[in-house]
Design a protein around this ligand. Structure first.
Ligand code: NAD
Length: 269
């Protein structure tokens, strides 16, 4: 129950009804006897600046998770950013410090890697293909770079997105091999779809049938799409005998990172 003494965290985006964080966090708070609650906020874009100002003055609020479409816009409204959030130009979590300072981080990549490690994937020295170079694809690629991946191949129909991510990774990780050419999937330890392809009932695949015919059973295949849980790509990978990582696994692995940054849960929950 929310009481006068309850401390708050929030999740902001638009729309907001589809997000799972409030039920995940509020269940954890209740099970662990924490007098904390998460509120969902569907915010109009025009209110973003005044929202950030309100967060600074909101004294019983510990932090705020940020979701689509405000990850980039809110990064520009804060008082400090982690190195990875600054490099990516996007935040998915904000901590309100006791004096009202707002600090941002982006734990999308950490969540992805946490889930991948549960499948026994250790990035150091490995080769990865990341399909989709938007917000989430960039965060995953950056986390792979930080974790010492040997080479990364990127694919995106948007030349601007592809170019921007190549430049970002090249600047941040000078020793990383970066390619944009995919002729087969045989050499990849990890194939990750970080695009919305396969969402809903589209039945679309993010890679061509010819490329998918080269997929090997020792490759970990991951998808960020949360609905359906088993996307057409993951269904195909299962048929080949690959280990698969779902979008909900990535989302769940992020909870501890989000909560720990806001100071309301341990890292491992
Ligand atoms: P975004 O719009 O920033 O980026 C999507 C990228 O995919 C764009 O660069 C676009 O050009 C690219 N793309 C589109 N069609 C493509 C194709 N056929 N092949 C390759 N690339 C293609 O979106 P985002 O914020 O990065 O989100 C991407 C997906 O991740 C969404 O479906 C979102 O719901 C999901 N997501 C999942 C989690 C999770 O925890 N599982 C977290 C955040 C977002």
């Amino acid at each position: 129950m929310i009481r006068g003494s309850t401390e708050l965290v929030a999740i902001v985006g638009s729309p907001i009804a589809q997000v799972k964080s409030p039920e995940n966090f509020n269940t954890w708070f209740a099970n662990n006897n924490c007098n904390i609650a998460m509120l969902p906020i569907d915010l109009h874009e025009a209110a973003l600046g005044s929202f950030a100002d309100s967060l600074r003055g909101w004294q019983n609020l510990r932090g705020c998770v940020v979701t689509v479409p405000y990850k980039q816009a809110l990064a520009n409204c804060l008082d400090g950013l982690s190195a990875r959030a600054a490099a990516l130009g996007s935040v998915n979590v904000i901590r309100r410090e006791p004096g009202g300072r707002l600090l941002g981080d982006n734990v999308d990549g950490a969540g992805f890697l946490g889930a991948a490690r549960k499948h026994g994937f250790e990035p150091a020295g490995k080769r990865a293909l990341v399909v989709g170079c938007g917000g989430v694809g960039s965060a995953i690629s950056y986390a792979l770079g930080e974790a010492g991946i040997a080479s990364i191949t990127l694919h995106d129909p948007s030349a601007a997105r592809l170019g921007a991510l190549c430049e970002l990774l090249g600047r941040a990780f000078p020793g990383l091999g970066i390619s944009t050419q995919v002729s087969g999937l045989e050499d990849f330890d990890l194939v990750a779809n970080a695009s919305p392809v396969g969402m809903g009932t589209s039945a679309e695949l993010p890679l061509s049938a010819a490329l998918l015919a080269t997929l090997q059973p020792d490759t970990l295949v991951a998808d960020v799409v949360t609905s359906p849980e088993i996307t057409p790509l993951l269904h195909r990978a299962r048929q080949v005998g690959c280990a698969i990582q779902t979008g909900p696994e990535m989302a769940f692995a992020q909870l501890g990172h989000l909560g720990a940054f806001m100071g309301v849960t341990p890292l491992e929950i």
